[in-house]
Design a protein around this ligand. Structure first.
Ligand SMILES: C[S@@+](CC[C@H](N)C(=O)[O-])C[C@H]1O[C@@H](n2cnc3c(N)ncnc32)[C@H](O)[C@@H]1O
Length: 290
């Protein structure tokens, strides 16, 4: 039975993590990703197995393999940031089918808050319960919309704004309008005690130009996403600027930096041109204790 409301984007990311897990040299191992994809009933075009010779894969499969390679690297980068940060309160916004609450070796006493739509949160809970998975952190899941007021709800669920938090915005900003991205960054600033950190995957910096509008028209027709909604995502705020102005220290990580760090060029065959420039890169920010 397909699960209402578990969007194809969240399932696609989990399918990419399942594929990463199947590689002979995985950067992350997500033992639950394949089951989450299967149980969602949502069809995604990802292959289930990492091919023995990826360079021989059919052309249509190439972009899936590249996407999975990128997601593997992004997941590992954020895992590394969270474990290095060592904060005992973590909040993952737009958590989708994320399994970090079960997967990572968290320091004792870590509390992880996951926030996504009620359907996504319920689906993850049911599937992980059915898999008899045991969380490695004290996990709280919250069904909420980050474009509507959500601060009071997370506080009611036990979140402590007086404690430093490590925030995760992974694959979320590209789905929000520029206005909602700004409001969300402001909410995070308001809910953050000194010592807080955030790791943010940027939305691609699309500028509203006649060429962009033309491309968005085509994309709207292909995907059924209303053109106005796509247009509202152009000219997004730069999280580095917003958080920097609020006194946070900022470190930028480009996709090319990750390719070097994890020795993983984003290429399936030798002739492929790198796709890194299509990705927004990451901003890691820290609100210092003064
Ligand atoms: C591409 S998925 C990424 C999921 C997860 N962060 C990951 O990397 O696996 C985007 C997620 O953001 C969630 N999302 C989108 N808009 C949201 C909103 N306004 N409030 C809460 N969650 C939202 C979607 O439901 C989806 O699960």
């Amino acid at each position: 039975m397909p699960v209402e409301g578990v969007g194809v984007t969240a399932v696609a990311v989990a399918a990419a993590r399942a594929l990463e897990t199947d590689r002979p040299d995985p950067l992350i191992v997500d033992p639950w990703a394949a089951a989450l994809v299967r149980e969602s009933g949502v069809a995604v075009p990802f292959p289930e197995r990492w091919p023995e010779r990826p360079e021989d894969a059919a052309a249509v499969e190439h972009s899936m393999l590249l996407g999975a390679m990128y997601i593997g690297m992004r997941t590992r980068f954020i895992d590394d940031e969270l474990l290095a940060g060592g904060l005992r309160q973590v909040a993952i916004l737009g958590s989708g089918l994320d399994t970090r609450s079960w997967r990572l070796a968290w320091p004792a006493g870590t509390r992880v808050f996951e926030l996504d739509s009620p359907e996504v949160v319920d689906f993850v809970e049911r599937t992980m319960d059915a898999a008899a998975a045991t969380p490695t952190a004290d996990r709280t899941a919250l069904g909420a919309d980050v474009t509507a007021p959500w601060a009071a709800a997370i506080v009611r669920s036990g979140f402590r704004p007086d404690q430093p938090t490590h925030w995760v915005l992974e694959g979320l900003l590209p789905y929000l309008s520029a206005h909602d991205q700004s409001a969300l960054l402001d909410d995070i600033i308001d809910l953050s005690a000194p010592g807080s950190r955030a790791v943010i995957e940027r939305a691609p910096a699309l500028t509203d130009t006649p060429e962009t509008r033309e491309r968005l028209e085509t994309f709207a027709l292909a995907t059924g996403i209303p053109f106005d909604e796509l247009l509202a995502r152009t000219d997004p705020p730069d999280p580095a600027v917003v958080l920097g102005a609020a006194g946070w220290s900022v470190e930028e990580t480009r996709v090319e930096d990750l390719e070097r760090r994890y020795a993983r060029p984003l290429r399936v065959d030798r002739d492929e041109t790198a796709t890194a420039e299509q990705r927004g890169g990451f901003v890691s920010v820290h609100f210092p204790i003064r």
